[in-house]
Design a protein around this ligand. Structure first.
Ligand SMILES: Nc1nc2c(c(=O)[nH]1)N[C@H]1C(S)=C(S)[C@@H](COP(=O)(O)OP(=O)(O)OC[C@H]3O[C@@H](n4cnc5c(=O)[nH]c(N)nc54)[C@H](O)[C@@H]3O)O[C@H]1N2
Ligand SMILES: Nc1nc2c(c(=O)[nH]1)N[C@H]1C(S)=C(S)[C@@H](COP(=O)(O)OP(=O)(O)OC[C@H]3O[C@@H](n4cnc5c(=O)[nH]c(N)nc54)[C@H](O)[C@@H]3O)O[C@H]1N2
Ligand code: SF4
Ligand SMILES: [Mo]
Length: 732
């Protein structure tokens, strides 16, 4: 059970029969994947702290990592399958009965309404589990449905789409070489709080301080002076939703001032000339008033970026969650590529992961592609065999052939996390059948007929198969099982395998399905991952022993595989191993960007943005007193000038309204936000709704997604545009 390999300490305490053991593994609550040192006594966690020997996190841990103990002890966490008896009543049932019931009901819906009547929504935590990542593609295949949705389309879909279009795999995602760069430009991301996203880089404070100590520069563009901005050399407030204009003007400046120099990328990048013409109208003077950043500043930050010895532009949600998510993020690539930062030390680089998901994902599944079919109600393009989550409610509520009548809700909470949550709530209620795989009851799976709760993270083995691909330093680490799961519990892997063979039996018959199940049970996820490691970039090569799971397990603190390396053009997965920078998909959207430049500025009273908190994780982890301690985290940040004008002050209650609905919030006055902009975090508003436990019920706040608008999205990727929402605010 525990890891007795090099360096692991096993302390046997002989006072009474207490057995105390110390274990090392990484935290999988967020992408930072910090190393933890966990002391366990009689199957209970005594202590969690940072593992100082972890090559990546070096002892750093955030409060959520420590609260893993609370997750394990939480009496409100589900441990046995539940079947719904009435609106508010659930009864526990046996596992086999639950699996049979779920398969029977799903297949019944399919027989009645066809393949596309079953939908699946995948929540954020699936990326943190090797079982869901490796097994869900098989389940989707067995389900034969086009109705696949995930949290990715409220998050990073523009980044995946561009990686697919430019580099040939949605998972070939460049990251800033943060530990060696001389200049980091952060646009619409707050890694000091989010701990880095699509950039595995634990302990951001240490890394950003080191950047400045070696004489580097940190520049932040954000409508809020964030915790990251506080550490920066300069921060510029930007009008929400206008990054596409700012970035176009920066690229314009590169051409105007003769600052483009592709470096070695010049040998495999095409289409630079048409970009010069595209950005021509976007001079810094033309975009200054729209963005709120003056023209001289735009020119200077472009120049500073281009002339720094090394530099990387990094953007996340503040760019992706806008109506120009893909074109704006494309300009981030353009900026990096035209200044020679792609694949170069201290620049915009690719990790070389031991489990090579970018290659495995693109080569072994039929999921990869764009616009091969369209969604039924809104006609939106599929991407990677998924439809945008903003249209899931439409597909459930709109009658006709292909209507979603049953849903598998896997580790997600779309009622609180997808725009127009109240409509999502109605949609889930309208389903004929819903099964949820989740260890909490939440605002979404309260509509489920059956809930299948998997074991929690420390009760299972774990190996990161995703974030190695976006790490700022190559490394690998295995997580041993640390706590015994109860006698009658199932892991995510077991749940998926049990559902899979029962669905498969419908096609191939019971006998064959059971044989396939026996084989898969032996193979997934451990042997599959081991096999992938052996053939991966760090696997067996001529004259080299290479990595295997067994070898990785012998290093309880993980293995350091060294700094990022140059991998292009070999690693490109486009058919000609070249990058077509002026990709037709992006070009087709350019008229919209031009229209934004010339359109009359709409006068709205406020633009609403979100934010994150170190002690919260999207819509969950709100049931642990250690993380919450009675404060209302869901307050509305407002600039003092705006507060004065509206007669609001810290603590006063307001109603926020959009075209979609109204919610209430408590004001918090701060000059850290741009005038005219207000900020409210998502994932709250548990009180009074069936939700994740008793403490969560006391946390207050509202769900911002009750007023976000599902008709605001990026048309290329279908990603939700939750930021920059026009709202009105009045005193309550
Ligand atoms: N307005 C607004 N909306 C947003 C965002 C925003 O910034 N603003 N952010 C968006 C982003 S980036 C994201 S990623 C989404 C998140 O949206 P979702 O993925 O829909 O929601 P989460 O809150 O992450 O819900 C995770 C659920 O998974 C369960 N869970 C945790 N671990 C496991 C596990 O190991 N196995 C299983 N089976 N279940 C588990 C938890 O109990 C919880 O119920 O929200 C999006 N929504
Ligand atoms: N503690 C904690 N950590 C988390 C999470 C969590 O819930 N809690 N969630 C995890 C998840 S799922 C994700 S995807 C990542 C997200 O990681 P990040 O993207 O770093 O997270 P955010 O804090 O949402 O940062 C977005 C920033 O964009 C700014 N912004 C909003 N609109 C605009 C705009 O129009 N333009 C510009 N330039 N900026 C804008 C916001 O003010 C905010 O500072 O965090 C992950 N880490
Ligand atoms: S930053 Fe916190 S939540 Fe994220 S991996 Fe590290 S300890 Fe876990
Ligand atoms: Mo996310």
């Amino acid at each position: 059970m525990s890891d007795y390999g090099d360096g692991a300490k096993v302390l046997l305490c002989h006072i009474s029969v207490v057995r105390m053991t110390v274990h090392y593994r990484s935290c999988n609550l967020c992408e930072a994947s910090c190393g933890l040192q966990i002391t366990v006594e009689n199957n209970r966690i005594l202590d969690i702290r940072g593992d100082v020997k972890d090559p990546m996190s070096q002892g750093y841990v955030c409060p959520k990592g420590i609260a893993l103990a609370d997750l394990h002890e939480d009496p409100d966490r589900l441990r046995q399958p539940l079947r719904k008896r009435s609106d508010s009543e659930w009864e526990p049932i046996e596992w086999d009965e639950a699996f049979d019931l779920v398969a029977e009901r799903l297949l019944e819906v399919r027989r009645r309404h066809g393949d596309d009547s079953i939908g699946m929504y995948l929540g954020n935590p699936i990326t943190h589990g090797w079982a869901p990542v490796t097994l869900i593609p098989l389940l989707l295949k067995a389900l034969r449905t086009r109705h696949r949705y995930s949290a990715a389309s409220v998050d990073q879909q523009p980044q995946h789409l561009l990686s697919y279009l430019l580099f040939g795999s949605p998972l070939l995602l460049p990251v800033p070489d943060i530990d060696r760069t001389a200049h980091l430009l952060v646009i619409g991301a707050n890694p000091m709080v989010s701990n880095g996203s699509i950039m595995t880089a634990p302990d951001m404070r240490r890394r950003l301080r080191a950047l400045r100590e070696r004489g580097g520069r940190l520049v932040v563009i954000d409508p809020r002076r964030t915790e990251t901005a506080d550490l920066a050399d300069e921060h510029h407030f930007i009008e929400p939703g206008t990054d596409v204009l700012l970035l176009a003007a920066m690229v314009h400046t590169l051409f105007a001032e003769n600052l483009t120099r592709l470096g070695k990328a010049g040998a495999y990048v095409d289409g630079v000339d048409s970009i010069r013409a595209m950005v021509e109208p976007f001079s810094p003077d033309a975009v200054a008033s729209r963005t709120g950043i003056d023209a001289d500043t735009i020119r200077r930050i472009a120049r500073d970026f281009a002339t720094a010895p090394s530099a990387a532009a990094y953007a996340r949600l503040g760019v992706c969650q806008t109506e120009f998510g893909t074109t704006a993020y494309w300009l981030v690539h353009v900026l990096n590529i035209l200044t020679g930062r792609l694949d170069s030390k201290g620049g915009w680089m690719f990790a070389l992961p031991a489990f090579d998901l970018p290659v495995i994902g693109a080569k072994t599944t039929d999921l990869i592609g764009y616009d091969r079919w369209r969604s039924r109600v809104k006609g939106l393009p599929e991407f990677a065999a998924e439809f945008p989550s903003i249209t899931l409610a439409d597909e459930i509520l709109t009658p006709g052939e292909g209507q979603v009548r049953a849903l598998i809700l896997y580790a997600g909470n779309p009622v609180l996390t997808v725009p127009d949550g109240r409509r999502m709530d109605r949609a889930l209620d309208d389903l004929e059948f819903c099964v949820s795989v989740d260890f909490y009851l939440n605002e979404s799976n309260r509509h489920a007929d059956v809930i299948l709760p998997p074991t929690a993270v420390l009760e299972r083995e774990e190996f990161d198969v995703v974030f190695g691909a976006v790490s700022v330093h190559n490394h690998v680490r295995f997580g041993e099982q640390i706590l015994e799961a109860g006698p009658d519990t199932r892991s995510d892997a077991q749940i998926l395998l049990e559902l899979l063979w029962r669905i498969d039996a419908d096609r191939v018959g019971q006998r064959r399905a059971r044989i396939a199940h026996a084989v898969r049970t032996k193979f997934f996820p451990r042997r599959f991952v081991d096999a992938a490691l052996r053939v991966g970039p760090w696997g067996v090569r001529k004259g080299r022993r290479g990595l295997s799971l067994a070898k990785i397990r012998k290093a309880p603190h993980g293995m350091d595989l060294g700094p990022l390396q140059s991998v292009l053009p070999q690693r490109l997965m486009t058919s000609d191993r070249r990058i077509q920078l002026d990709h037709p998909v992006v070009l087709a959207d350019w008229s919209r960007v031009r229209a934004l430049l010339t359109s009359e500025e709409e006068r709205v009273s406020f633009l609403l943005i979100g934010r994150r908190h170190l002690r919260s994780n999207n819509s969950w982890m709100h049931n642990y007193p250690r993380l919450l301690s009675g404060t209302n985290r869901c307050t509305l940040f407002m600039h003092p000038e705006d507060a004065d004008r509206g007669g609001h002050s810290t603590g006063s209650e307001v109603t926020i309204s959009s075209g979609i609905g109204e919610i209430d919030a408590e004001v918090y006055v701060t000059d850290a936000i741009k005038p005219g902009v207000v900020s409210l975090p998502h994932g709250w508003g548990h009180s009074g709704r069936a939700s994740a436990g008793r403490t969560a019920q006391t946390t207050g706040g509202s769900s911002v997604n009750d007023i976000t608008d599902a008709t605001r999205f990026d048309p290329l990727s279908g990603n939700a545009a939750v930021t920059g929402l026009p709202v009105h605010i009045r005193a309550r």
